[in-house]
Design a protein around this ligand. Structure first.
Ligand SMILES: [Fe+2]
Length: 126
């Protein structure tokens, strides 16, 4: 193995990142981790709104050289929706209307063009 190779942890193009200690996340982790907002209680089979925001806690840059490229939403490992974003002209926030028959944790993945893909998760209650 090449000793100069970056570790996956240090390589933004490798894997999906998350805060190592969510209760004590760094500002770098906070600015990249998607924050999911959904109702406290949802009903199976009925639409509800899910908003995903990146840079909510600590603002993330939004300029051509550094921005959030896309936001995806999953129910567990099932893909639900995706928003492609344009630097400066769109904010790094997306709202989706979602209807689920099975409640798994909602996962949002967002990709920064410089710092890779990051995941945020919330549990749903019925
Ligand atoms: Fe970034």
């Amino acid at each position: 193995m090449n000793e100069d190779a970056k570790t996956c942890e240090a390589d933004p193009s490798c894997g999906v990142k998350s805060a190592k200690d969510p209760a004590n996340a760094t500002d770098f982790e906070k600015k990249h981790t998607p924050v999911i907002k959904a109702p406290d209680i949802v009903k199976k089979g009925e639409f509800f709104a899910v908003t995903v925001e990146v840079g909510k806690v600590v603002p993330h840059p939004n300029e051509p050289g550094h921005f959030i490229q896309w936001i995806e939403l999953y129910s567990g490992h099932t893909f639900l929706a995706r928003a492609d974003l344009t630097p400066a002209m769109t904010d790094s926030v997306a709202t989706f209307s979602v209807r689920l028959d099975h409640l798994h944790p909602l996962r949002a993945v967002a990709r920064c063009n410089l710092h890779g893909a990051w995941v945020g998760t919330i549990d749903l209650k019925e």
